[in-house]
Design a binder for this molecule. Structure first.
Ligand code: EPZ
Length: 421
């Protein structure tokens, strides 16, 4: 198992290119199940989660090949298997987004219930509600959710839940509705840029979706979808993580392939902390001031502050000049990084879904354990500025969602060694 040894204290400076968005690519790959012909995806990051989705799709009869130019080529070759087995689903929750496409195209989907996850409960009741509203029957068989629908019909679907809308639930219903008869209206749809990207891909394949990026998405069903060539959006969470890397090391990073318009809530909080974020032609330049102001952050669905950057900002606010407050409104238990950051000298106190952060003058290197993707990023960020050496174990969590993160950071001045246990 790989781990990182990080010697902290180096200022990061220079250009870094943001990779394509993992959370946009995963549902788009699943959507290829709906199509006849070839899909060619460009800007796909080379990540463990993408390889995992490729493996799942291969089992479902889709050939997936990565070409030398980095593009991913997908083509449905065999439509007989409709079963996403537990062994694959439990390793990557995003596997559930094959459910809508399988149901719409093959009239049946058998998908293992994903079960628990390090960031808290991850129910899929809203996915099921949406798909049954389109006419599917559902039953639970041996831990698998089995959905059947001879003929899906458009309907009105409300996807608001106790913690807002659902990103992958919206994706599932949107994908299924593309081949349903008639018109579907999704009310309280998630508005994340990754869903706009999914809708743009589907429309490029011949779907008729409007309103994507707003809480009301309308899908007019069509008879079939063809393949297309499509470039995915840059990863806004990787970009936000790199912004924190610049801020925490008091450095200056020039981010290429960065959509600042997808990061307005994040940029707003960085500026409130005292970090400068400016556009410079097609780059975004992030420069840190010496003093970090304490702030409050509440995570929210897009366009609010993303839960996927909560842990990284907590590392940064550990060094602010005063007390900050972070409240998690999407996954109220997503705080496994708190105890690990405290091992490095941070002063974080959890009270329900809120963490109070008492700023300290310095963090100190320590052996720490990554628990999930974004928590591992937070520990690496803390290691970049900690005094001495930090050992981050279980970096396979990080490798799921950050493409060559250690190499990217080393290229701008970090000192990270990847070693194997
Ligand atoms: C997506 O997960 C992302 N994953 C997550 O990123 C991200 O944290 C999350 O959206 C929120 O932005 C991918 O895109 C692959 P949700 P998703 O359904 O769609 C509740 C990362 O680090 N809910 O929008 O599974 C749920 O419990 C990952 O890259 C229901 O109540 O999240 C949560 O409180 C981790 N019923 C809230 O909605 C449901 O049926 C939002 O979850 C579904 C969700």
């Amino acid at each position: 198992m790989d781990y990182f040894l990080i010697n902290g204290g180096n200022r990061l400076r220079g250009p870094v290119r943001v990779s394509g968005s993992k959370n946009a690519v995963l549902p788009i790959m699943a959507a290829s199940i709906l199509t006849d012909g070839d899909t060619i995806l460009r800007g796909v990051p080379d990540l463990a989660d993408i390889r995992h989705m490729a493996l799942l799709l291969a089992k479902l009869g889709v050939s997936v090949e990565r070409h030398d130019d980095g593009s991913l080529h997908l083509r449905v070759e065999d439509e007989r298997n409709c079963h996403a087995e537990y062994d694959l689903v439990r390793k990557m929750r995003a596997s559930v987004c094959v459910m809508g496409p399988l149901l719409a195209r093959r009239r049946q989907a058998q998908v293992a219930m994903p079960g628990g996850c390090a960031i808290g409960d991850r129910p899929i009741d809203l996915h099921v509600l949406g798909l049954t509203t389109l006419g599917a029957d559902s039953e639970l068989v041996g831990g698998d959710l089995v959905l059947r629908g001879k003929k899906l019909r458009g309907g009105e679907v409300f996807l608001g839940g106790p913690f807002g809308s659902t990103v992958l639930g919206t994706a599932n219903v949107m994908m299924a509705a593309t081949l349903a008869e008639g018109t579907t209206m999704i009310e309280s749809a998630a508005c994340e840029p990754e869903l706009i990207d999914l809708a743009n891909y589907l429309n490029a394949c011949g779907a008729r979706i409007t309103g994507h990026g707003t809480p009301r998405v309308v899908v007019e069903g069509v008879k079939s979808l063809h393949g297309c060539e499509y470039t995915v959006i840059p990863d806004r969470i990787e970009a936000g993580t790199l912004m924190v890397a610049a801020a925490i090391t008091n450095g200056e990073l020039r981010l290429g392939n960065c959509r600042i318009d997808h990061l307005m809530a994040v940029v707003d909080r960085l500026r409130a902390i005292g970090v400068m974020v400016e556009r410079d032609r097609d780059e975004v330049v992030v420069t840190s001031a010496r003093r970090l102001e304490p702030i409050t952050i509440t995570t929210q669905p897009y366009p609010g502050f993303p839960t996927d950057l909560q842990a990284q900002f907590m590392a940064l606010l550990s060094l602010a000049d005063g007390n900050s407050i972070v409240t998690e409104k999407i996954f109220p238990d997503r705080f496994l990084h708190v105890a690990e950051l405290n091992r490095m000298g941070a002063r974080l106190r959890k009270e329900g879904p809120t963490v109070i952060i008492e700023g300290v003058k310095k963090l100190v290197g320590a052996p720490v354990m990554a628990s999930d993707l974004r928590a591992s990023a937070a520990l690496v960020l803390a290691g970049l500025i900690a005094k001495g050496q930090t050992k981050v174990s279980r970096v396979y969590h990080l490798d799921r969602g950050y493409e060559r993160f250690d190499e990217k950071l080393n290229a701008v001045g970090a000192d990270i060694r990847r070693l194997s246990e």
